[in-house]
Design a protein around this ligand. Structure first.
Ligand SMILES: Nc1ncnc2c1ncn2[C@@H]1O[C@H](COP(=O)(O)OP(=O)(O)O)[C@@H](O)[C@H]1O
Ligand SMILES: [Mg+2]
Length: 341
C-alpha cells in the first residue's frame, strides 16, 4: 500500500506524535509487505531522510514542547497546503499519528474528508465527541456505561461538597496526556486548579475522584482487546508517568476476575459505539475497591509506540505491532463508506 503518515503539528502532544510516527513508519516499511511510506509534519512539510532522522529519532521530553511558533504553519497546512502535497493526494491511506487539539478532535478529519483520501481512525463527529469529556460522558451514561459524577465550571466548593464530595479531579474538558489536570483534596485549592485547567481549555470540569485501579481497554474494528492495568508511581497517571519509561507498570492482560474483565470489555465496546468511533480506540476506566466500574474517557487516536497501551493490548491478543499497523490501515481503506466520508 502507499501509506502517508501524518504527524507532528502544533499541539502540546507534538513530541508524543513523533514517537508514535517513528515506530509506525518503521513497522510499515519493515513488515513482510514493505509498504511505501512517506511522512508529513502537519506543522512543517514532507519529511526528507534527514528530517525523518531528526524528528522521528528523539524521545518524549518531561514537559510538553512549546509550539507557539508552529501554530501559523499548521493553520496554513490545514487550510491549503495539505491538499496540494503529492504524498497526500496519491496515498491509498493516510495514517494519523497525531494527538491533541484540532488534529485529534475532528478538524483534521473534516479537512481530510474534503480532500477525499481515506485516513485511519474515526471521522470528524466521533473525533470531536471523544475529545470533549463532558459530551462523551453524557453519551456514555445514556448508553448505560457508568461514569463518575461531574460539574462543569464555574463550580464552587459548596457544590463540590454537596454534589460530588472530596477529593475531585479538575481537568480541561478537551485536552489529553493529563495536561492541566489536578487532584484537589480541599476546598481552598479548588479555584487555583480551575485556573490552571482554564489555561488549556475554556471548558473545565470538576469530577468525582475514583480511588482504585486504573484499567484500559482497546477496541480494534469491532473487537475489544484484553484489558490492561496501569500501576503508576504517582497518584495519578500524569504526563511524567505516561512518558517516562519505568514510571508505570502496565500489565496485559490485567489480573482480574473474568466477569469483571468481560464487563469492562463490554462497556468499552458500548462506549466506542456510543461515540460512533471507528477503526480503533482506547477507553479508560477506574474500578473502585468495591468493584464499581467508572468510564473516564475515550481516546480516538491512542498512542502508538510499541510500548504504548494500545499496542500492548493488541500484543496480548496475539497481534504483533507491524500487523496491528497494517490492520488499522486496512480498516481505514475498507471503512470509508461506513463512515459517510
Ligand atoms: N475521576 C477520576 N478519578 C480518579 N482518577 C482520575 C479521574 N480522572 C482522571 N484521573 C486520572 O488522571 C488520568 C488522566 O485523566 P483522563 O480523564 O484519562 O484524561 P487524559 O488522559 O485525556 O488527560 C487518568 O488516567 C487517571 O489516572
Ligand atoms: Mg486518559
Amino acid at each position: 500500500m502507499r501509506i502517508t503518515v501524518l504527524t507532528g503539528g502544533a499541539t502540546s502532544e507534538r513530541a508524543v506524535a513523533f514517537a508514535s510516527a517513528s515506530q509506525i513508519v518503521a513497522a510499515l516499511r519493515g513488515g513482510a509487505r514493505k509498504h511505501q511510506v512517506q511522512v508529513v509534519d502537519l506543522a512543517g512539510d514532507v519529511l526528507d531522510e534527514a528530517a525523518e532522522r531528526e524528528l522521528l529519532g528523539g524521545a518524549v521530553g518531561l514537559t510538553p514542547p512549546s509550539v507557539d511558533a508552529l501554530v501559523e504553519r499548521e493553520r496554513r497546512m490545514l487550510s491549503e497546503g495539505l491538499a496540494e502535497l503529492e504524498p497526500v493526494r496519491n496515498a491509498e491511506v493516510l495514517f494519523l499519528a497525531v494527538h491533541g487539539g484540532p488534529l485529534e478532535g475532528g478538524t483534521l478529519q473534516a479537512v481530510l474528508d474534503v480532500i477525499g483520501v481515506p485516513y485511519t481512525g474515526s471521522g470528524p463527529l466521533a473525533s470531536a465527541l471523544a475529545m470533549d469529556k463532558d459530551l462523551s460522558k453524557r453519551l456514555f451514561r445514556a448508553a448505560g456505561v457508568p461514569v463518575p459524577a461531574w460539574f462543569m465550571a464555574p463550580v464552587g466548593s459548596d457544590d463540590v461538597s454537596t454534589g460530588l464530595g472530596w477529593p475531585v479531579i479538575v481537568k480541561p474538558s478537551k485536552q489529553g496526556s493529563s495536561v492541566g489536570l489536578t487532584l484537589v483534596k480541599k476546598a481552598q485549592d479548588l479555584d487555583n486548579a480551575i485556573k490552571l485547567a482554564e489555561r488549556y481549555d475554556d471548558e473545565v470540569m470538576a469530577e468525582q475522584f475514583i480511588p482504585g485501579r486504573e484499567l484500559t481497554v482497546g477496541v480494534l474494528g469491532d473487537m475489544p482487546l484484553p484489558v490492561g492495568e496501569i500501576v503508576s508511581k504517582h497518584e495519578l497517571f500524569d504526563y511524567v508517568t505516561k512518558y517516562t519509561p519505568g514510571m508505570s507498570d502496565e500489565t496485559f492482560p490485567a489480573k482480574l476476575d473474568t466477569l469483571l474483565a468481560r464487563q469492562l470489555q463490554e462497556y468499552a465496546l458500548m462506549a466506542h459505539r456510543a461515540l460512533k468511533l471507528s477503526g480503533y480506540s482506547r477507553i479508560d476506566f477506574r474500578v473502585s475497591s468495591e468493584g464499581d466500574i467508572f468510564c473516564l474517557e475515550a481516546n480516538s487516536l491512542p498512542g502508538m509506540t510499541r510500548t504504548s497501551l494500545f499496542p500492548q493490548a493488541a500484543q496480548a491478543a496475539g497481534i504483533p505491532f507491524a500487523e496491528l499497523c497494517e490492520r488499522i490501515a486496512s480498516l481505514a481503506r475498507n471503512n470509508r463508506a461506513g463512515r459517510g466520508g
